[in-house]
Design a protein around this ligand. Structure first.
Ligand code: CUA
Length: 346
């Protein structure tokens, strides 16, 4: 089967279309379910095509019969107009045929769907598979790598799987309401439900940045709960984990700026590993330990540039109205120092 291009592109906000900081990786900007690039997405694509084909044949048959009937039995000339047409009463053969055929078709559809669902859902993680926990928040994604002791947000790094041997297993949880995790080219949707853990997996075939979005209405900024999967060659992924495990504050000379940051309420919500007690365990907002390694701010709303970061810290409500981070009403001097400090978190 040939794969259509751009049949149903799911358009995403313009901000995420901007070139990423790590521009080396190809960015799959248009999230096209008809161009699957991982096993679960491909299984779902194949079954969707099969069902399109079966229902397409039915549609053409039924629509064709209706069109033929309308034409063949159209209103005759005036002479015959008031005569009753010949009446035909039940035919057992026809009745049986149009009862049994649809039942068979429905069972075939149920059977093939169940097989694909089982194959995708029952796949058990190989011992070596990367495990990632994703927690949905209003309106951002917390991303944890328990085996690596890494906490990040909104961008999920994972190894690409050219040979189909690497897979990443995601544990999906929610901190507040129901969200839905969807990266169309990699897998179907799975909900993140409070007090429950759901699972999904993906094995991106090609390195690249795959964009996705929350797919369950979860409040004002639902549409700006964007996410990125950064699939890298395993060696690059390894390098990323090593960088992320470092304590970024160790290598800053910005201690004056840091003191200003620490004195503000920022630390009540944001953790920065190594910053000390003040921010330890703050999980209400995204972990900022390696903020500068991310491509976007505000869960994909704006690209991560110094100007955008300054504007964001000054008043997040301008870029993302309704988001849970308030404007701290910093003085220009405080703002400069806080932004300088954040810029050092590489
Ligand atoms: Cu989270 Cu919609």
């Amino acid at each position: 089967m040939t794969r259509g291009r751009g049949i149903l592109p799911l358009l995403i906000p313009a901000a995420t279309l901007q070139a990423a900081a790590a521009a080396a990786l190809p960015e799959h900007r248009i999230t096209n379910i008809f161009q699957p690039l991982a096993t679960p997405a491909e299984s779902e694509y194949n079954i969707a095509m099969l069902i399109f084909a079966i229902t397409g044949v039915i549609f053409v048959g039924v629509a064709g019969l209706i069109a033929y009937t309308i034409w063949r039995f159209r209103q005759p000339s005036d002479a015959a107009q008031h005569q009753e047409p010949p009446q035909v009463y039940g035919s057992n053969q026809i009745e049986v045929a149009w009862t049994v055929l649809p039942i068979l078709i429905v069972f075939v559809l149920i059977g093939v769907s169940a097989r694909v669902i089982a194959a995708v859902e029952n796949a058990s993680p190989p011992q070596a598979a990367l495990k990632v926990t994703v927690i949905g928040h209003q309106w951002w994604w917390e991303v944890l790598y328990p085996d690596y002791n890494i906490v990040t947000a909104n961008e999920i790094h994972m190894p690409a799987s050219r040979d189909g041997k690497n897979a990443t297993y995601l544990q999906l949880q929610s901190a507040d309401v129901i969200h839905s995790f969807w990266v169309p080219q990699l897998s179907g949707k799975t909900d993140l439900i409070p007090n429950r853990t759901n699972f999904m997996w993906m094995d991106p075939r090609e390195p690249g940045v795959y964009v996705g979005n929350c797919a369950e209405y979860c409040g004002t900024q639902h549409a700006n709960m964007l996410l990125r999967v950064v699939a890298e060659d395993p060696a690059d992924f390894k390098r990323w984990t090593v960088e992320q495990q470092k304590r970024s504050v160790d290598d800053t000379g910005a201690s004056g700026d840091r003191a200003v940051f620490e004195s503000l309420a920022c630390v009540n919500c944001h953790n920065i590993t190594g910053l000390g007690k003040a921010s330890a365990g703050s999980k209400f907002g995204p972990d900022l330990t390696h903020l500068m390694s991310r491509q976007s701010l505000g869960s994909g709303v704006i690209t991560n540039t110094p100007e955008n970061l300054r504007a964001w810290v000054n008043d997040p409500q301008t870029s993302k109205p309704g988001c849970l981070m308030p404007s701290m009403r910093l003085t220009p001097d405080e703002l400069t120092k806080v932004v300088d400090y954040l810029e050092s978190l590489r």
